[in-house]
Design a protein around this ligand. Structure first.
Ligand code: PFF
Length: 445
């Protein structure tokens, strides 16, 4: 069965696909509002440190498992640790993507709806109340969410090379050009320098345990770690790929994009005199207000470009989430790719319906005071992704033999031998410790 497996055609294709998974709503929608809620530049610095100390070792751990076994998560665990409870980690990484697919696609649907609103010039005049009315309605967000999840499924149906590789190769450079265009535009707005200052001048007194936990959680979510996405993509890596190089490439791409998104959003927010700590509505609520204040033809162009960017970034991430479940059904249950895609999409769709309705008709249904959508978001980014990440690093750092890990890391002794010891140390000690900090802080706060 392994011989029939598709692989990415080149290193570039692998990095673009991994970066495509990493760069998404987490960068454009979540990162700017978290920066706004957690004190600006100080949060960004903690985030930068988290990316290299915490995220890169876990990224390497997932890459090592995926490339060594060339299997999806469940099969990989069974192969490397037969007859042990480690197979439950495989199962965890099948369940988490299903939950993420549901609620992530709801926000993906918002970006489709807002792109449509931008194209029909709905964002060039009074947008007051538009967002709350939209998300609390029943059918419009449901329809947009369904379109989004079906689009994700269609790309996955085309396969690893023809679907994921072709789509990400087209989208990633385009995304970069689009976001740079928005940043340049944002910087020309009057008063935008205040927003730039907010992003580059750290106030270290703002850093507390909550800020550190938020930065670490965001780093996890943003780098698609802890649920086997990177593991699955690494299992399609070309034979002699230097996995450290693809890890560093993906981390820089993701970080760079998050910072660009910050510079695309904050200067405009400050220029309009809006509070940066607005929360999740920052991008969908606040930016349309700013677009509506511009001369209408400029507002029209900028809003179309902006929501197109969000939509493309969201799709290159959602396909990676769907692929994890599909790869599991194809490899472990012997179900065909088409049927597997339909099954996982349907489960994600049913879950997503509840998430979408939780902003409107189901807004009263709460668990621990949280709506269904918030519950899913919190459960995944604060608990399940860090838990998956913790188990992956413990597995590679403590269960696998150092010889095997070094062999895979260094491409059988041909590359990166020097840096191996540093990454191995981070994988064994610092990364697990960092995740424990996230857990304890989340429990206490
Ligand atoms: N990294 C994606 C983003 O930043 O939008 C979201 C995501 C994709 C999270 C895949 C987890 C995942 F496995």
């Amino acid at each position: 069965m392994n011989n029939k497996r598709e692989n990415f055609g080149s290193r570039l294709a692998l990095i673009l696909a991994m970066a495509g998974s990493a760069i998404g709503l987490g960068n454009i929608w979540r990162f700017p509002y978290l920066v706004g809620q957690n004190g600006g530049a100080a949060f960004i610095i903690v985030y930068l440190v988290s990316c290299f100390v915490l995220v890169l070792p876990i990224f390497m751990a997932e890459s090592i498992i995926g490339r060594r076994t060339r299997l999806s998560t469940f099969g990989a665990m069974k192969k490397l640790a037969p007859g042990t409870p480690w197979k439950w980690l495989g199962l965890l990484t099948v369940i988490t993507p299903l939950l993420i697919l549901g609620y992530y696609s709801v926000v993906g649907g918002w970006s489709i709806d807002y792109l449509w609103k931008a194209c029909t010039l709905r964002l060039t005049h009074d947008t007051a109340g538009l967002f709350p009315i939209f998300i609390s309605s029943t059918w419009e967000p449901l329809f947009a969410f369904t379109l989004f999840i079906v689009a994700t499924a269609v790309i996955i149906l085309l396969g690893v090379k023809n679907g994921i590789e072709k789509f990400t190769k087209f989208c990633m450079p385009t995304l970069f050009v689009l976001i740079v265009a928005i940043v340049i535009f944002g910087l020309t707005l009057p008063g935008s320098s205040e927003g730039v200052r907010y992003l580059v001048k750290p106030d270290f007194s703002k850093i507390d345990a909550g800020v550190v936990a938020a930065a670490m959680g965001q780093a996890f979510f943003s780098m698609s770690l802890g649920m086997g996405t990177i593991l699955t993509y690494a299992s399609y890596a070309p034979e002699n790929e230097n996995i450290m190089a693809s890890g560093i490439g993906t981390t820089f791409a993701d970080l760079g994009f998050a910072l660009l998104a910050g510079f695309a959003v904050m200067p405009a927010v400050f220029s309009a005199g809006i509070q940066p700590g607005e929360g999740p509505g920052l991008v969908f609520d606040t930016l349309p207000y700013i677009f509506s204040q511009m001369p209408s033809w400029i507002g029209a162009i900028v809003s179309i470009v902006f929501f197109l960017t969000i939509l493309m970034a969201a799709l290159t991430s959602s396909i990676s989430v769907l692929e994890v479940g599909v790869a599991y059904l194809v490899e472990e249950k012997g179900i065909g790719r088409v049927k597997s895609t339909i099954i996982i999409t349907l489960i994600g769709w049913v879950l997503g319906i509840f998430c979408s309705l939780s902003f409107g008709p189901l807004s009263g249904a709460k668990l621990f005071g949280l709506t269904i959508f918030d519950c899913m978001d919190k459960l995944c980014s604060d608990w399940l992704l860090p838990l998956g990440g913790l188990l992956f690093t413990l597995f590679v750092g403590w269960y696998m033999s150092k010889t095997d890990v070094r062999d895979e890391f260094t491409n059988h002794g041909t590359t990166n031998v020097g840096i191996f010891n540093v990454v191995y140390f981070l994988m064994r000690y610092l990364a697990p410790l960092g995740i424990l900090v996230v857990f304890i802080t989340n429990l206490v706060l």
